[in-house]
Design a protein. Structure first.
Length: 404
């Protein structure tokens, strides 16, 4: 017979569950979640090849260690067959200072230079200043073949444009004051060094890259690469966009690659995750523009260095450079001026000084000029050496000049 359908009064049999098995230790495996990259561009990125003329400033100082009159190993002190590469950073270029000065002295056979040795307040022996000047003179005569009669050596206790700081920053100022200054009878000996190169200009100039996991929890210990070159990385959670802004050399390399491949990898709840995103690019080659007589421009870059410490006044050397800039760019150029500082001083004061310097330079240029004050360099930029800091006390001028 069929069993009756259960009703509310039906009593179900009760069975006693079996004893649970004893727990066995197991390794917990984190659940992996996908990660997805996205960018803030909707159309193909345009990269245009441009001719660039860069006028590399000459920082006319050789820096020394405390109590020493020996030229540090980072400086080139003998003639070399190697040419000045277009890829040298400003600091690398500075380490070739004596080679550049010797080359200029050969171009201007009537020029003479005076080498002024200085010391810092923590130098144990004040006579070291003159010995430093003699060391640079010996390098120019013995290493580069410059006649000794064209060189004069002098010394003074502290530089005229002395660096001053207190507290934890005082050693940084002392490092900058231990130097030999190069003074010339003909200003062209220390004029900016012209470097011609082909670079890329990307539109838009920056790409903001974001990463989102499927559960919304940010990844950590991540690394972002563009065409196999690392852009940024961190052990902290990736919560904000990573902004990729290639310089002229990097943008040109993107043209050679034919595309922009973004690759992100990181950790998410103990599991390794990654994603790749390809962005299409539209390239405009320099040779095609010249052949088809399309609109073309030259990028010209200038930098003004050796500002009076913590001040925005323009020097005579700055005005000579600005006179040359005005003769080059004319009124039809698009000009951007950016003031920068190093890390000595408060961030607020550095922002103010950088903007004041930029405005002082912009006032000397024709046409409409955009002005910004960057302040201090990014946290990842080295400021260990005195020349690294001095080369950040700078106003950068970028002019896009139409070719008629």
């Amino acid at each position: 017979a069929k069993a009756p359908l259960p009703t509310s009064k039906t009593v179900q049999p009760v069975t006693r569950p079996a004893d649970p098995p004893k727990p066995v230790p197991v390794k917990t495996i984190s659940e992996a979640h996908d990660v997805e990259l996205s960018v803030d561009v909707r159309e193909a990125i345009r990269i245009e090849e441009l001719e660039e003329e860069r006028y590399q400033p000459i920082l006319p100082y050789v820096f020394f260690e405390r109590g020493s009159d020996g030229i540090p190993d980072r400086y080139e002190v003998r003639s070399s067959a190697a040419s000045l590469s277009t890829r040298l950073t400003p600091v690398q270029f500075h380490h070739r200072l004596l080679s550049v000065v010797a080359d200029r002295l050969r171009q201007y056979p009537t020029a003479e230079i005076t080498l002024v040795g200085t010391s810092a307040s923590d130098d144990p022996d004040t006579t070291v200043a003159l010995r430093r000047a003699r060391s640079v003179a010996s390098a120019l005569t013995e290493g580069f073949g410059i006649a000794a009669k064209r060189l004069k050596v002098r010394s003074r206790r502290l530089p005229v444009n002395v660096s001053v700081a207190s507290g934890a920053e005082e050693p940084l100022a002392n490092e900058e004051n231990r130097r030999v200054e190069i003074v010339t009878s003909i200003p062209d000996v220390l004029a900016p060094y012209r470097i011609v190169d082909t670079v890329g200009s990307m539109t838009p100039p920056s790409v903001a890259v974001r990463a989102r996991s499927s559960d919304g929890v940010p990844i950590d210990r991540w690394s972002l690469r563009v065409n196999e070159g690392r852009v940024d990385s961190s052990s902290r959670p990736l919560t904000d966009a990573v902004v990729f802004t290639p310089d002229g050399a990097a943008a040109r390399e993107l043209i050679n690659g034919g595309k922009i491949r973004l690759s992100l990898s990181g950790d998410h709840k103990g599991a390794r995750v990654s994603d790749t995103l390809d962005l299409s690019i539209k390239t405009i080659r320099l040779i095609d523009k010249r052949r088809e007589r399309r609109n073309d421009s030259i990028i010209e870059r200038y930098e003004l260095v050796v500002f009076p410490f913590r001040k925005a006044e323009l020097t005579d050397e700055h005005r000579r450079v600005l006179e040359f800039v005005r003769s080059r760019i004319g009124k039809g150029a698009r000009v951007r001026v950016e003031g920068c500082t190093d890390i000595i001083g408060s961030a607020e004061e550095n922002s103010r000084i950088s903007l004041e310097r930029a405005r002082a330079v912009a006032a000397e240029l024709p046409g409409r000029v955009s002005v910004t004050g960057r302040g201090e360099p990014s946290a990842g930029q080295s400021q260990r050496l005195p020349e690294e800091r001095m080369l950040e006390r700078v106003v950068r001028i970028t002019a896009v000049v139409p070719i008629e």
